[in-house]
Design a protein. Structure first.
Ligand code: DOR
Ligand code: ZN
Ligand code: ZN
Length: 424
């Protein structure tokens, strides 16, 4: 973007607090935050009075499905959904075909990002070749192009392989982000192994299948000195393990999703839109996750946006594919159910959804003088019902369908360029 852009009179919401004032962007870079900016001829000026001006949100856990599964989502549709949700950067997960396990296998995704992404997309590389869990990839070669390394979709089962991966990650100063799941403990479960499963005759996925691997990987992180991030934490035991690791000074971080913070297994219905991995856990787990975002144990809210086709999600809790979409509801759900209700402050929300993901994953941009102008403007007053038919994502399956929520993005800027603007 060349020239000047002014966001006039908004409420500027940052982790340090809120103030009413203008934001000046020049040649795609943030030049001034707060105070008054006098418009000059040729400036692009937007009146955002009464709206909340924030750092563009960052979602470090998004399945964009290309290359390989473009019938579920494309980089274009997924990044348009991101922009509509107020996200300016997303990190794309590697359960693709081909999986990004070499520079060559990453190149098609990088080409599609250049050609069709409307927000910034930073891919993950895999931890192991083909995500098959045995041969660790050449991290040094991929480091310049990826946000971190993960085999998301599955956990790395063999301890020796994970240890080697973490050794290499430590040597190359890259982050390992792990989907923690012990496959031998799954026993064909489809939802949380708790009250709802017992009452309704479903096979359960036990909490231990998650936290055992969190425990193992924290030990390996300590042994190897690797920076380690736990994906989509869903159990109270995992929260406690991460809390203890942080107390010991280990470079361990974790994320959870809006659905784990606002729902539990007793909210389940026998519909595919409630099926995701990890599953919605108990009310006690939800309480522990909420305590985690309050005390800083859980530093990131990420959606695990995982679109599937309508058909793949049509087979109830047992037969549907795992995964729900999240990019277009994340802000509204977190704002309505956690900020408006006083569970967390707006400042904490900015940390969880923008500042911390940038810091932990080393991503540029945001609402800071000198930074690339990745900014989102939110209407925090508007009230509406979540209607998946309005999503621009190709995935429509969400447990939030029909929820009464408040707040939505009205404008999203990437490098100072307007990439999304709500119809007035
Ligand atoms: O719910 C999920 N969906 N969990 C995963 O681990 C994979 C993901 C997907 O790719 O659909
Ligand atoms: Zn996962
Ligand atoms: Zn995922």
């Amino acid at each position: 973007m060349t020239g000047r852009l002014i966001l006039k009179g908004g409420t500027i919401c940052r982790a340090s607090g809120s103030e009413v004032g203008d934001v000046l962007v020049e040649n795609g870079v943030v030049r001034q935050i707060g105070g008054t900016v006098e418009p000059k001829d040729g400036d692009e000026v937007y009146d955002v009075a009464g709206k909340c001006v924030m750092s563009g949100l960052v979602d470090v856990h998004v399945h964009l499905r290309e290359p390989g599964f473009s019938y579920k989502e494309t980089i274009e549709s997924g990044t348009k959904a991101a922009a509509r949700g107020g996200f300016t950067t997303v990190c794309s997960m590697p359960n693709l075909n081909p999986a990004p396990d070499t520079l060559d296998n990453l190149s098609e995704q990088l080409r599609l990002i250049r050609e069709s992404a409307v927000v910034k997309v930073i891919p993950y590389g895999t931890i192991t070749e083909r995500r098959a869990g045995s041969q660790v990839v050449d991290m040094a070669a991929m480091k310049p192009y990826v946000a971190a390394f993960t085999d998301d979709g599955s956990g790395v089962q063999a301890e020796g392989v994970m240890e080697l991966a973490m050794q290499k990650a430590a040597e190359n100063d890259v982050l390992i982000a792990a989907h923690c799941e012990v496959e031998s403990l799954l026993h064909g479960g489809c939802i949380h192994d708790g009250e709802f499963a017992a009452q309704n005759g479903f096979k359960g996925i036990c909490s231990e299948s998650e936290w055992r691997e969190v425990e193992r990987d924290i030990e390996l992180a300590e042994k190897t000195g690797c920076r380690f991030h736990v994906c989509h934490v869903s159990t109270k035991e995992s929260v406690e393990l991460v809390r203890k690791a942080k107390e010991r000074g280990l470079p361990v971080t974790c994320e959870t999703g809006p659905h784990y913070l606002t729902m539990c297994d007793m909210d389940l219905k026998d519909e595919g839109r409630f099926k995701m991995n990890p599953p919605l856990r108990s009310a006690f787990d939800r309480a522990a996750l909420i305590a985690g975002i309050k005390d800083g144990t859980v530093e990131i809210i990420a959606t695990d946006h995982a679109p599937h086709s309508a058909e793949e999600k049509s087979r109830g809790l047992v037969g549907s594919a795992m995964g729900v979409v999240g990019l277009e509801t994340s802000f509204a759900v977190v704002y309505s159910r956690l900020v408006k209700t006083g569970v967390i402050t707006m400042e904490r929300m900015v940390e969880l959804m923008a500042d911390n993901p940038r810091r932990i994953f080393g991503l540029e941009g945001g609402l800071e003088v000198g930074a690339a102008a990745d900014i989102a403007v939110f209407d925090t007053e508007v009230q509406y019902k979540v209607n998946p038919e309005e999503f621009v994502s190709m995935g429509k399956s969400t447990p939030f369908e029909g929820w009464d929520v408040q707040g939505c993005a009205v404008m999203t800027l990437v490098n100072g360029e307007v990439v999304y603007k709500a119809e007035a």
